[in-house]
Design a protein around this ligand. Structure first.
Ligand code: NAD
Ligand code: TYD
Length: 354
């Protein structure tokens, strides 16, 4: 079958990537979706069992840092669009191991850009390289009501945000220097199903389920702006198709929460769903040493995306967090396989025999 587009989605076995892959595979049967993922600890093909047998879906295990492999991949699948999500994504890990973040997020992005430049060589018509980034590149805000706009100066603090900032700059440099048709979006904190339980929301839901301590960094006063992951995936679809080449779009939920307030909502909701008497899990809150360089507050002004492309979040936070908590509690097998490491056998047991 000839497809209308051949799209490479990197990091499609991760949290956000799996939602983007699912959306594209189901919504665009006339596109071939190639999911390229290294399957690091964060990659889980069990996130995609509902679509893995669809004709327009292909999984390739590979590393974005390997330039020759990326060039071959572009060639094999005649790639004309890239949605690049593959990354090391957890701030705490970046503090312990910054080199892996520089390798994957900076060098890996550079290798993909170079592969696109080589394979699309000067004839960029119908091509698009879409880089998915984070609001953390803008640094930290005070409690003063200000927000990050697309024009806010980059001021990354963690090794994670420094590596993402660097990759954003490389993407723009390929646009400005070689004319590569790029687009970038910077999104706030995502939440929803299939997030690796090292991040605040799935970690705490799982700990509540097991009656384990909830480690609150510092005083729990840091603020994050939360967006339901499927709303991010919808924004990615819109920007991929309608965003202007060379532009940046901020994506966010206009939904700021102080960590401790969010944690109390999670406790209340999870206790209710689990049938525990109100207040049961309050005692699990444990204040621990703050994260080094912990950014105080993030808040995204997503008005450009609304004004220019008509996007807005579809889900109210109260509805989204209830749905998310229910999902984790109802998918204990998924969580248990992740926490035991069992999920890492899925590729060997299934794909390698296909
Ligand atoms: P994730 O950690 O859940 O998934 C990352 C995926 O990339 C995994 O499947 C992993 O196996 C893969 N990967 C890592 N290194 C690779 C390599 N060298 N080659 C190929 N694949 C590799 O991350 P996520 O939370 O889904 O984030 C996806 C993207 O969105 C990242 O670029 C991240 O910076 C960005 N982002 C995340 C958030 C958030 O709240 N999670 C917010 C804004 C932006
Ligand atoms: P996280 O989910 O790691 O996302 P990010 O650091 O990219 O914003 O953390 C969200 C917030 O929750 C952040 O302010 C750090 C805090 N946090 C805790 O208090 N305890 C935890 O165990 C974790 C993982 C995070």
């Amino acid at each position: 079958m000839t497809y209308k587009k051949n799209i490479l989605i990197t990091g499609g076995a991760g949290f956000i990537g799996s939602h983007v892959v699912r959306l594209f595979v189901n919504k665009y049967p006339n596109y071939r979706i190639v999911n390229l993922d290294k399957l690091t600890y964060a990659g889980n093909l069990k996130n995609l069992t509902d679509i893995e047998k669809k004709d327009n879906y292909t999984f390739v295990k590979g590393d974005i840092c390997e330039l020759d492999d990326m060039i071959a991949l572009f060639e094999t699948y005649d790639i004309d669009g890239v949605i690049h999500l593959a990354a090391e994504s957890h701030v705490d890990r970046s503090i312990k191991d910054p080199f892996t973040f520089a390798r994957t997020n900076v060098m890996g992005t550079l290798a993909l850009l170079q592969a696109a430049k080589i394979k699309w060589g000067g004839n960029f018509s119908g091509k698009r390289f879409y880089h998915i980034s984070t609001d953390e590149v803008y640094g930290a805000l005070a409690f003063d009501g200000t927000m990050f706009a697309e024009t806010t100066k980059y001021d990354p603090h963690s090794p994670y945000s420094a590596s993402k900032a660097s990759s954003d700059h490389f993407v723009r440099s390929y646009h400005d220097t070689y004319g590569l048709p790029t687009v970038v979006s910077n999104c706030s904190n995502n939440y929803g199903p299939y997030q690796f339980p090292e991040k605040l929301i799935p970690l705490f839901i799982n700990n509540i389920r097991h009656g384990k301590p909830l480690p609150v960094y510092g005083k729990g006063e840091n603020v994050r702006d939360w967006l339901y992951v499927e709303d991010h995936a919808r924004a990615i679809d819109l920007i991929f198709h309608e965003g202007k080449t060379g532009e940046t779009y901020n994506i966010g939920g206009f939904n700021e929460w102080k960590n401790i307030d969010l944690i109390k909502v999670m406790i209340q909701t999870a206790d209710r769903i689990l049938g525990n008497p109100e207040g049961t899990s309050d005692k699990l809150i444990t204040y621990v040493t703050d994260r080094a360089g912990h950014d105080l507050r993030y808040a995204i002004d997503a008005s450009k995306l609304n004004r220019e492309l008509g996007w807005e979040p579809s889900l109210q936070f109260e509805e989204g967090i209830e749905k998310t908590i229910r999902w984790y509690l109802e998918h204990q097998e998924w969580m248990d396989e992740v926490t035991s490491g069992e999920y890492q056998n899925y590729y060997e047991n299934t794909y390698s025999n296909r």
